[in-house]
Design a protein around this ligand. Structure first.
Ligand SMILES: [Zn+2]
Ligand SMILES: [Zn+2]
Length: 465
């Protein structure tokens, strides 16, 4: 379609090589928006660009190609998507509008929110013209305000309260996909603590690094080196406050390849009083800074957990319930807990690592892998049997009858069956108590459908929507 000169030669590209807007700055255009703009420019819909994407991925389902990880990352597919768009447009800078640079570090949930849903500044949408674009930074949970207007970023239609899917056409993405109302308007600004403004500043520096053309990917080893350096310093400091020592230990246990979040990166910077690029580009120097004075005043930054906060609180409630009297009672594996609560493992571990690790340790102490497998199978049967027996977890049940049934189904001894039955009954009650915590916490128009389900006879209802 288009030609362009490169080293004195002409090269053809399938689609026009549109430049990415805001390249090299913290306000760089997101690839998501770039693709919408590209589709609009060549006169097709974003969806009709999908079959092209589909062939590059070898993926059989169209929505997977667009949906799962989006175009900006983090995630498993976005690099292939970006590479494909770069091939189509002949422009190597498209990656600057994504988290490609820190892909080795970031967890799938690394930006702290569901990237399949749009987030916007109403004032930016109000002043929109053909030179406008949606910046990558809007996608990150830590970024709570518009960098231009300083008003709150929004993620739900003011008219009908619905969240907006992100993969929409260029011309419709500033209207509610459901009720058609404009998402534009005058901004509202809530009061915020100074550390949130500070965190937004650190994030802007990171996005700028991602947006720099030619910037190479940061290997995980760099990040790991920084965290190890930090641990070394803290070990040589006998007078460190306990909270700080705990913070360093938490950073260490969260330093896993592909499991780091932007929230952790910003917290680490707070610990050392540095920027994320300083930390990732020269880890040794950044870790070895003498920071005793700064450390004295360190307090972990408390970011709002966004839409996860009620779930996380319910999870904490459940774990503390289970651990309180766990002697003599079997603890189910974490995978079962997470599945019951519809929680993502990485996110949960990051937001409440102490809780998570304490439970994991207690679970492991219950015996070797071989014996746990039998217990886990029996536990699953006990849960199902109890659920069939009575929907209400607080209702009395015939323990002997249930245990006999579990022993027969799971082929375990009657001792084991009795133990897991007690444990399953207790676990169901703990889950219910945690569910109450969740319901109390989710009052408000957005969750009215959940609150309606809080009457006594709703035990069979799913946990979360
Ligand atoms: Zn704005
Ligand atoms: Zn609407």
């Amino acid at each position: 379609m288009t030609t362009r000169a490169e080293h004195g030669q002409f090269r053809w590209s399938v689609l026009p090589p549109l430049p990415l807007k805001g390249e090299g700055s913290a306000l760089v255009e997101s690839v998501e928006h770039y693709v919408a703009r590209l589709a609009w420019t060549v006169g097709v819909t974003v969806r009709s660009l999908c079959p092209v994407t589909y062939s590059a991925l070898g993926n059989s389902r169209r929505y997977q190609a667009l949906g799962a990880s989006g175009f900006c990352g983090p995630g498993r597919q976005f690099k292939q998507l970006v590479a494909h768009i770069e091939r189509l447009t002949g422009s190597e800078h498209v990656r600057c509008g994504s988290f490609w640079v820190v892909d080795e570090l970031l967890a799938v949930t690394g930006v702290g929110r569901d990237t399949k849903h749009q987030r916007w500044c109403p004032a930016c949408f109000r002043d929109w013209d053909e030179d406008s674009w949606e910046p990558l930074i809007w996608m990150v949970e830590i970024q709570q305000t518009c960098p231009v207007h300083a008003c709150d970023l929004e993620s739900h239609c003011r008219g009908c309260g619905y969240a907006q899917p992100t993969c929409r056409d260029y011309r419709t993405r500033r209207q509610c996909y459901r009720c058609g109302a404009a998402l534009a308007g005058s901004g509202r600004a809530s009061t915020r603590s100074t550390h949130l403004a500070w965190a937004e500043q650190r994030l802007a520096e990171l996005v700028e690094l991602c947006a720099t053309p030619g910037q190479e990917q940061i290997p995980f080893e760099r990040y790991d080196a920084f965290v190890r350096g930090l641990v070394e310093i803290s070990q040589g400091e006998p007078n460190l406050p306990a909270t700080l020592r705990a913070a360093v230990a938490r950073m260490r246990s969260n330093a896993v390849r592909g499991r780091v979040t932007l929230r952790t990166l910003v917290n680490l910077c707070a610990l050392q009083g540095i920027s994320i690029p300083q930390m990732l580009l020269d880890p040794q120097a950044a870790a070895s800074r003498p920071l005793i004075d700064l450390w004295g005043g360190y307090k972990a930054l408390e970011f709002p957990n966004g839409r996860h906060s009620s779930k996380i609180q319910a999870y904490r409630q459940y774990i503390s319930d289970m651990l309180k009297k766990c002697e003599g009672r079997y603890l189910p594996p974490m995978a079962v807990v997470l599945r019951k609560m519809k929680l993502n493992r990485d996110l949960t571990r990051e937001l409440c690592v102490e809780c998570y690790e304490a439970y994991e340790a207690a679970y492991q102490r219950q015996g070797a892998y071989g014996s746990r497998v039998h217990f886990n199978r029996a536990f699953g049967h006990a849960m199902r049997t109890l659920e069939l027996e009575n929907g209400n977890p607080f209702a009395p049940y015939d323990a002997r009858k249930v245990a006999r049934r579990v022993a027969a189904l799971a082929k375990v001894t009657s001792e084991t069956a009795k133990s897991v039955t007690r444990s399953a009954a207790f676990s169901r009650r703990a889950l219910e108590r945690a569910r109450v915590v969740l319901l109390q916490d989710t009052k408000g128009p957005k969750n009215s459908d959940l609150s309606k389900g809080s009457s006594v006879n709703t035990f069979s209802q799913p946990w979360y929507k």
